[in-house]
Design a protein around this ligand. Structure first.
Ligand code: G16
Length: 542
């Protein structure tokens, strides 16, 4: 109406979200992520990119404003493709191109994407936007919306959502409701119904067994869980801590803190033996834990979760008489004991891929049933279309015996409870609770399935020049040889280092036969990184 062409409009709006000259940001493990102050132009440009991706796929695209487990001051953006998965890797390159184009080069960068993908700019476009509870998320999601509108696309701002809720809604929208209703209530309804159906198969659940302590990391997961409560009809009871009413997001609490520190979060009142879990800042990760009567802390991480779920599924497949191939996908962080247990005792196929859910998700898609979990608690289960169809057919087959029918029904409800688009703390939590109830397992019995090798994770800012973390950590001459030599000094040991793709740190992981050895190995490796990679600041302390 203003007589402006599309590109003039983009130029005009981008002036309101200017890029600091010279600033270069890398597309990380899960999208751009850094201090929120540096992200306004990134968000605007990711709004542009999402609009293009929508025109390109003729489907709704999702943009989530969150920095997940990072400190509250950070923020970030996750892009969601039509079926609810992370944006395809080819487009990560376009994201980087748009993000780093200087102000005057932005239109050229846009044109390059349009040309390379032969995008029809007349095509209608739609983008769903969600945000976490960070104070900066409000204005940053507005910047995304500006980008979306600048290209004439339709933006639907859902406001506060967990990351997996946004993934779910995008998938619902693009499957015309077959996956569920594309609304927040649609999400709660689908999961709660499946949970209620599933737990009907668990007899005599006591109130104690129904009850869980939940650490909401002072984030969006706490808000979502409270909203879900009404849908669960008292079949699931919880005490919620760190609900955001006072504490700081992810500070001394949340799944990442508990996993890395190997200790309970602050702010949770735990009695001995009580089952507890922690979400992360955008509720796509979960870990479980308890204190035993001697006051010792026991962590049940993503590996333990993958084991519990894959054992349960494998048993159901046997009972149902279905010969579907089930596999578990892990990363280098998977505890050596979990891998051995899955391969040797469970006899399931195990694949190891690079860190980042996008890598795990793709590997899991290659199997009839792919269970994927990072040790940090990010994961889900994928069922192939063929597997789902076979399960559905069996569940409605009038000519099968009760055992088979029962197993098929359980599998069907399990599928409905799982958010197959991405790891989802709430969905995973309900699934774990249902599995424990159905199999009559306590958290202690679950924990005893195998014993973790003691391990230590270190992430030290001082270890390396943080602006150059990625390049220097992977290639200094002799580093790998030094690590190999250190690993040989310990029993049952393994260690590796990698630059984080979400924080300005180098991560060091070590495991060995005892906690002392794991700690010492982690320390020795971080000293080697410090020395060989030109660390800044004082040498790492044990
Ligand atoms: C993100 C990714 C995860 C990854 C984690 C840590 O999680 O989605 O796949 O494991 O970052 O990655 P890095 O070690 O590269 O920092 P989240 O929950 O922060 O979005």
């Amino acid at each position: 109406e203003t007589g402006m062409t599309q590109f003039e409009k983009v130029s005009h709006f981008s002036g309101l979200h200017p890029k600091p000259a010279g600033l270069v940001l890398q597309y990380g493990t899960a999208g751009f992520r850094t201090n929120a102050k540096q992200l306004d132009h990134i968000m605007f440009r990711m709004g542009l990119l999402a609009a293009l991706r929508s025109k390109n796929t003729k489907a709704t695209i999702g943009v989530m404003v969150t920095a997940s487990h990072n400190p509250e001051e950070d923020n970030g953006v996750k892009l969601v493709d039509p079926m609810g998965e992370m944006v395809t890797q080819a487009w990560e390159e376009y994201a980087t191109l748009l993000a780093n184009a200087e102000q005057e080069g932005l239109i050229m960068a846009l044109q390059e994407v349009i040309e390379r993908e032969a995008i029809n700019m007349g095509q209608e476009a739609s983008v769903f936007i969600g945000k976490d509870t960070r104070p900066s998320s409000e204005s940053l999601s507005q910047a995304v919306l500006d980008g979306v509108s600048a290209l004439g696309a339709h933006g639907h701002d859902y406001g506060l959502l967990t990351t997996p809720q946004l993934h779910f809604m995008v998938c619902c929208k693009n499957t015309e409701g077959r996956y569920g209703n594309a609304s927040e209530d649609g999400y709660y309804k689908k999961l709660a119904q499946a949970f209620i159906q599933l737990t009907k198969h668990a007899r005599n659940r006591t109130d104690d067994q129904k009850h869980l302590l939940v650490d909401g990391a002072n984030g969006i997961g706490a808000l979502a869980l409270r909203k879900m409560e009404a849908f669960l009809q008292k079949e699931f009871q919880f005490s919620l801590f760190n609900d955001g009413s006072q504490g700081k997001l992810n500070f001394l609490c949340g799944a990442d803190y508990v996993k890395v520190q190997q200790r309970p979060p602050q702010g949770v009142e735990m009695n001995a033996g009580e089952r507890c879990c922690s979400f992360d800042g955008d509720a796509d990760r979960i870990v479980y834990y308890f204190n035993d009567s001697a006051g010792r802390f026991h962590l049940l991480d993503g590996d333990k979760i993958a084991t519990l779920i894959s054992t349960y599924l494998k048993e159901l497949l046997t009972q149902a008489g279905l010969d579907l191939q089930i596999a578990v996908v892990q990363t280098a962080y998977a505890n050596g004991s979990s891998t051995r247990y899955l391969e040797d005792t469970m006899k399931v196929a195990v694949r190891c891929v690079k860190t980042g859910v996008k890598h795990l998700h793709h590997a899991a898609q290659e199997f009839d049933i792919g269970v994927y979990f990072e040790a940090n608690g990010h994961g889900t289960v994928l069922f192939s279309k063929a597997a789902e169809e076979r399960i559905q057919r069996l569940a409605t087959d009038p000519n099968i015996n009760d055992e088979k029918k029962n197993a098929a029904c359980l599998l069907e409800n399990t599928i409905n409870l799982i958010n197959q688009t991405v790891g989802d703390a709430i969905s995973d939590m309900l699934l774990i609770e249902a599995v424990l109830a159905i199999r009559g397992l306590t958290v202690q019995q679950w924990n005893a399935i195998y014993t973790d090798l003691p391990n230590r994770q270190v992430a030290d800012r001082r270890v390396i020049d943080t602006t150059d973390a990625e390049r220097r950590a992977t290639s200094p001459l002799g580093l790998q040889e030094a690590i190999d030599a250190l690993v040989k000094k310990y029993q049952m040991s393994r260690a590796f280092v990698r630059p984080s793709g979400t924080e300005d740190v180098v991560r060091v992981y070590a495991e060995a036969d005892s906690q002392e050895s794991a700690d010492a190995l982690a320390h020795e490796v971080s000293v080697a990184v410090y020395k060989l990679a030109g660390g800044v600041g004082p040498e790492p302390e044990p």
